[in-house]
Every structure is written in C-alpha cells, then in structure tokens.
Ligand binder design. Structure first.
Ligand SMILES: NC(=O)c1ccc[n+]([C@@H]2O[C@H](COP(=O)([O-])OP(=O)(O)OC[C@H]3O[C@@H](n4cnc5c(N)ncnc54)[C@H](O)[C@@H]3O)[C@@H](O)[C@H]2O)c1
Length: 271
C-alpha cells in the first residue's frame, strides 16, 4: 500500500509503537486518526503528530463502532485500520496465578478489539474491494512471554485471528498484516522511547519499529518482524519443540538468577 491521502486509524495511538506508527504514516502522507484512553493525552499526541484524535476504549464494541463512524465522517472511508492497543500485566506467581479479570482484560484488548474492528470494517471494505487490517500482536504471539501466560495466550489468539482474516478475505481484496515485535522501549515495559532504546541491541525504539512496519505495509507482508531473530526462534519452535522449551526454561532460570525478576524491562537484556 502507498500511504498518500490514505485514511488510517491507529488504536493505542497516544503512546509507544502506535504513536510512532501514526507519526510515520502521517509523514508518509496519510490522514491519520489516533484512538486511545484519556482525552488530554489523545489531544496532545494528535496535535504533535498532526493527526485527528478520539478517545476510544477498545474493550467496548460500541466505542469501536463510533471510532469507525467518526473517522469516516471526518476523513472518509478507512483504508487502513491498525489495532494496536495493548497491555502487559504479568503474573504474581505461577502460570495460572493472574486473576480472571487480568485474563479477561487481555482477551478483550488483544483479541476482541481486533474482532470488533474487523466486524465494523469488513462490510465496507468488501463492498469497496479494498482495505487493510493490521493487528499488533507480539513475538509472544509466535513464541512466549516468560512470566506472562495471559499475554502469551491472547497474543497467540491475535496472530490466529489475523491469519483467519488473511485466509478469508485475501480474495476480497483485503490485505492483512500482523506485527510481532520482541522488546521495544515503551511504557508497556516500563521504558520510554527513544531515551532507553539503545542499552541493548535486541531492544528497539518505537521509531525503529515504525520504520520496519511501514516497509512491511508497503509490501503488504503478512508477518512483520521488527526483530529478525524472532523468525529464527519461530522456525526452531516448530522444528524442535522440546529443544525450544528447554531454551525457554533456561532463559527463565537465568532471568531469576541474574535479575531476580521476570519483568520485561529486565528480561530484554537476556535475549
Ligand atoms: N513494548 C514492547 O516490548 C512490545 C513488544 C511486542 C508487542 N507489543 C505490543 O505493541 C502494542 C503497543 O504497545 P506499546 O509497547 O507501544 O505500549 P504503550 O503502553 O506505549 O502503548 C499502548 C497504548 O494502548 C493503550 N490502551 C491500553 N488499553 C486500551 C484500551 N482499553 N483502549 C484503548 N487504548 C488502550 C494505552 O493507553 C497506550 O497508550 C501492544 O499491543 C503491545 O502488546 C509491545
């Protein structure tokens, strides 16, 4: 896809990866609507990027419907919708220890928000014979986030839903991409881009991720991997699952021994 004058929506667009992608799309000539929580931060980010902004809680289907309707009213039919909002909570103890509310919130934000966006957009996109649905999942959606089973399971579901969209609607002229980064210096992992983005080669800034994402979207590539090593781990996981699990257990042991924590802001230094 070329971006000039295209209408793009980015959820989670007031911070981190979403904000960087929104800014890059704007730079590339798209008209951009960012959606996020908190009127003031949405307005400030929209102003700085030169985008339009709207408050939208993506856990509420009616708010996603309102986001689509308002974008189409103000900017025109949506060419590209990037479902990017996400949370990372972690778990207090064992792999099933996160409370049901955390599992439900991860499910609502990482999966149902993508479903609700597609449900609101597909009829119009199919009628027009074009459109682009992009979901930010995670490397955890192909591999695993050690210490966060709810994040890992729901990001796997996000990848699977993106695959279903791509299989069912490629013949309708609709493109689909799923973005699967590993560690990125954003508030989600307790960091701020770009200041913290250079302390480890595996840690990217949100702006670096946005560059790879725009390249992938230009090529309409399904799987966008800002960290190329993730593709290699993904192959290893499929080819040698026992060896891959052994490696992940070792990573977990090392993290606990060397940092005393499974927090992503510390884990990134070990991968
Ligand atoms: N930072 C990383 O290391 C990393 C790695 C892989 C994938 N991701 C994914 O990238 C996406 C963006 O995360 P980020 O790292 O930029 O984090 P971030 O915290 O900077 O941005 C996430 C944004 O989502 C918004 N959000 C959360 N819940 C929402 C809701 N209910 N409705 C609307 N907006 C909501 C937040 O307000 C925030 O602005 C997420 O889906 C995340 O899972 C992040």
């Amino acid at each position: 896809m070329e971006f000039t004058n295209k209408v793009a929506v980015v959820t989670g667009g007031a911070s981190g990866i979403g904000r960087a992608i929104a800014a890059a799309l704007r730079q590339a000539g798209a008209q951009v609507m960012i959606a996020d929580l908190g009127a003031e931060r949405v307005a400030a980010a929209a102003r700085e990027i030169g985008a339009t902004g709207m408050v939208c809680d993506v856990t509420q289907e009616t708010q996603i419907q309102a986001l689509v309707a308002e974008t189409e009213r103000v900017l025109g039919p949506i060419d590209l919708f990037l479902s990017n909002a996400g949370i990372g909570v972690g778990e207090p103890d064992h792999a099933a220890s996160a409370p049901d509310e955390v599992w439900q919130r991860c499910w609502d934000i990482h999966v149902m928000a993508h479903v609700h966006a597609a449900r609101a957009l597909l009829p119009g996109m199919i009628a027009r014979g074009s459109g682009y649905l992009v979901n930010t999942a995670s490397a955890a959606g192909l591999l695993n986030q050690v210490g966060d089973a709810a994040y890992s399971a729901t990001k796997h579901a996000a990848v699977s839903f993106a695959e279903s969209l791509a299989i069912s609607h490629g013949d309708d002229g609709i493109a689909v991409s799923v973005i699967c980064p590993q560690y990125v210096a954003t508030p989600l992992i307790g960091m701020d881009s770009p200041a913290d983005g250079s302390d480890h080669p595996g840690l990217l800034s949100a702006e670096q991720v946005a560059d790879t994402v725009l390249e992938g979207l230009r090529d309409e590539r399904f799987l966008i991997l800002p960290h190329p090593a993730v593709g290699e781990y993904y192959k290893l996981r499929a080819a040698e699952p026992e060896r891959w699990l052994g490696g992940m257990r070792k990573l977990r042991r090392t993290a606990l021994r060397e940092t005393g924590s499974l927090h992503p802001a510390k884990m990134h230094k070990l991968v």
